[in-house]
Structure formats: C-alpha cells, structure tokens
Design a protein around this ligand. Structure first.
Ligand code: PHE
Length: 457
C-alpha cells in the first residue's frame, strides 16, 4: 500500500480540494477561450458537443485522474510509476506523467501571456480607457496591445513572477481562501454582464447562436476542438488534477467533488458566452474574431454601463485571479517532481520551472506580431502562428491523448478492487456506470473523434 499522505502537504478538507480544483478548472479557458472557439466554430452545435464531452468523457476521466492521484500521492510521473508497479504493469505508464509535464510547460507558456492581456486590461479599465468604446475603437485598443511585444513581455513577466511566488510557498497556503472569495465574486460579475447583455445587446441573437445547434456549421476539426476544450477547461489529461488528487484526504468523496467542479466550470463558461455574444451581434463584431473576442466585447459593455469603471476593473482583476489559480496547477506537477526526484527545495524548483515557462512564453508573444503566420485548421484561418500551433497541439491532442491513457489505465490496467475501494461509491449502479464510461465510452469517443478528423471514418 502507498502512503496515506503526500510529502508536499494535504488539503485540510474535501471542501478545500473542491475549491482548489475549481480554481484550477475555472480560468481563461472558460472566459477567454470558450467564447472565441465557440464563435469560430459556429456556436450551438459546438457548444452541444462540448457539453456532451464534458459529461460523457470529462467527468469519468476526472474521477479516474483524482483516484489515481490519491492512490499514488506523488507527482504524476512517480504516481504512475508507483501504481503501475503496484498493479504489476509495465513502467511505460509513467509516460502519462512525462507527457503531462511537457504539456503543462507548453500550456503555461501561452497561458501566462494571455493572463498578461487581462492584467493590461485591468489597468486600462481603471484608467477609463473603455469609456464610450464601440466595435471599432475596441479593436484599435486591442491591436495596440498585441503589436507591442515589449509591453506583452512586461505583463507576461509579472504574471509568471506572481505564479512562481505562490507555487514556491506550496499550493495550500492562500489558495483555499483566495478561491473561496474570488469564485463567487467572478460569478456575480458575470451575472451582471449577462444582465447588461439582456438590456443592451441583441440578447436573443446571442442565445440562439450559443444554444441553437446548426450541425452544418461544425466541421470534423471543430469536433476535435470541442472535445479538446472539454479536457482543457476541466484541467484534465496532463496531471494537474492528478496532483491535486494526491493531496485529497482519504475519506473524501471523489464522485461528488467531481460533479460539483464540472458543474461550476460549465456554468461559468456558459455565462461568459451569454454575456459576450449579445454584445458581438449588437456591435457588428465577428463571432469568429479569434483570441481577442473577450477583449473586444466586454470593454464595450463596461464602457457604456453605469459604474463601468468599477465593474470593468473588478472583472479583469478577477479574471487575472482566475488565471492565476489555474496557472499554479499547470506547473505544480513539474515542481513536485523536481522536489521528489532531484532533491531540490521547493522554492528553487519553483524558480527553475518559472524561468523555463517564462522563456517559452516569448515565442507566444512574438507570434502576435513579428513572427505571425497563418495556416488553416478545421476550416478556420489561424493567424497567430506558433501560439495557435501550441494551443492546438496541447488542447486538441496532448490532453485528450493523456486523458485517454488515464482512462485505459484506470479501466483496464487497475484491478477492479483498486478503483472500487478508491472511489468508495459501493458496487452499485453508480460504480458500474463509471466503469462502462471509463473502459468503453471515454476511450472510444476520443479515438472516434480523431479518426473522424483525419478522414478515416
Ligand atoms: N482549466 C484551465 C482553464 O480553463 C486551464 C488548465 C488546463 C489548467 C490544464 C490546468 C491544466 O483556464
């Protein structure tokens, strides 16, 4: 039997775990990425596929990832090695940990740059730059930021320093309290924005775009993107949730926690979509405007609503915090591994990881100006070179493949008794349903989406 606690510390309660995992899940993925990829892929049908993927693939895989983490109690690499050994399986299963760690580095490298945009926008909001913005002036404001690599580098640096500081102190200190206050606040502000969209935007057009499926508008590549996003938004497939699971007390319910986390994550994304698309249509903007969508739309709302200065500043500050609590989880597996295997102190490990991520981020910064190039993916023109490539490689391929490998491991290569004891939901229909989903539905769905995309079926 493996350890009952982690050397890196433990969550104090199940609720603390839910807060931390929700902090990881809710981030730029929900508010920045979901609306813009939904916009690029035609709306309703994309949203439907995304929700299906969260329910049938994301939720069972999240349960698997947490249970694996809790059983292994170490960084994903060592957890996978330990469990593979315990279940008398081949050591190559630790590749899940390695692949996840690499994915984590690649994701944080661009995630931090986008979080930098949010910091920049918090200051712009405070400085009154949103006053009476319209579609065109909002575009100019955003374009000026993207075309200025030095500015982007400054914000990226600040965000990476913030992330490194928190992670060097251990994920527990501060995180629980921060998420407890920030999440509800973010929720309230999103509701306020939906309220604004309801009165001032083309609300029905926005709702129809988001919720009325038009399958003609969804390509096979769009299905891959929707599935990839289910992994990205739930922080699945790269070991972040496995890591957080390793700090989970033994008696906490994995199934119930997972349902709560997935529900909150989905609600935040849908609220963001409901706030943004009415503004898109009311201001003659393009739903497929790309990664700038949130930064082109919400400032218009803030610039034209009473109290917009306050709410706008608050919103972007909260977005930075949401990104912060996600960024931490992206590099926690690498930091924990350095502590476990290289005998580094946590602070030093954090600094090394932070520096590598910071350097990688420069590629993303340049891809919005000097190094920009275009290519086609899923019938969409992607204009931001390496940034788009990194995003597609990680979210659409690495995370689903990592998640599929975890599903196969938990479903086929762990003894039934192991997963049953860890989930502790008895042997009734709930456990049997999970087992069907994890053995058949989730891996097959991932495989079918890929086969479909490369034209084999
Ligand atoms: N889930 C986070 C978001 O939606 C991003 C993330 C992905 C975090 C993978 C950790 C691991 O913003």
């Amino acid at each position: 039997m493996t350890a009952t606690t982690s050397i890196h510390g433990m969550w104090s309660t199940r609720f603390a775990f839910i807060l931390a995992a929700t902090g990881s899940a809710v981030g730029l993925g929900n508010i920045w990425k979901f609306p813009y990829i939904a916009g690029e892929n035609g709306g309703g049908a994309f949203v439907l596929v995304y929700i299906l993927c969260v329910s049938a693939i994301g939720i069972p895989i999240m349960m698997a990832e947490i249970l694996i983490g809790r059983r292994g109690r170490q960084s994903p690499i060592n957890t996978m090695r330990t469990l593979a050994h315990e279940e008398s399986r081949h050591g190559f299963w630790q590749m899940i940990g390695w692949g996840g760690m690499i994915a984590g580095f690649l994701i944080i490298s661009y995630y931090s740059v986008i979080a930098g945009w949010a910091i920049a926008y918090a200051f712009r909001a405070l400085g009154g730059a949103f006053t009476s913005l319209n579609g065109e002036t909002a575009g100019d404001l955003f374009g000026a930021l993207l075309g200025d690599p030095e500015r982007l580098l400054a914000w990226h640096t600040i965000f990476m320093v913030m992330t490194t500081i928190v992670i060097s102190r251990g994920v527990r200190s501060g995180l629980e309290q921060a998420v407890r206050v920030l999440m509800p606040a973010l929720f309230v502000l999103l509701l306020l924005l939906v309220g604004y969209a309801l009165t001032s935007g083309k609300f029905m057009a926005g709702l129809e775009f988001l919720f009325l499926p038009d399958f003609g508008a969804l390509s096979a590549g769009g299905v891959v993107t929707a599935m990839g996003h289910a992994f990205f938004t739930l922080s699945l497939g790269m070991g972040a949730i496995m890591m957080y699971g390793s700090y989970l007390p033994a008696d906490a319910s994995i199934a119930r926690s997972t349902l709560i986390i997935a529900l909150m994550d989905t609600m935040v994304a849908l609220l963001a979509g409901m706030a943004i698309f009415p503004i898109v249509f009311a201001n003659g903007l393009e739903p497929g405007a790309g990664p700038g969508l949130v930064f082109l739309t919400l400032p218009i709302a803030f610039g034209n609503m009473p109290g917009g200065l306050l709410f706008g500043t608050l919103f972007f500050v909260l977005l930075v915090f949401a990104a912060w609590t996600s960024a931490i989880s992206l590099i926690e597996p690498a930091v924990a591994w350095l502590v476990e295997n290289q005998g580094l102190q946590r602070v030093r490990a954090s600094v090394y990881v932070g520096i590598v991520a910071w350097l990688l981020g420069i590629v993303t910064i340049m891809s919005f100006s000097h190094w920009a190039f275009s290519f086609d993916f899923a019938g969409e023109e992607k204009k931001n070179g390496v940034f788009d490539l990194l995003d597609i490689l990680t979210a659409n391929f690495m995370l689903p493949l990592g998640g599929m490998a975890m599903a196969l491991f938990a479903g086929w290569f762990m003894a039934r008794a192991s997963t049953r004891d860890e989930l502790a939901i008895g042997e009734g229909s709930a456990y049997r349903l999970w087992r069907v989903l994890i053995r058949y539905v989730a891996p097959l769905a991932v495989a079918l989406v890929f086969l479909n995309a490369i034209g084999l079926i």
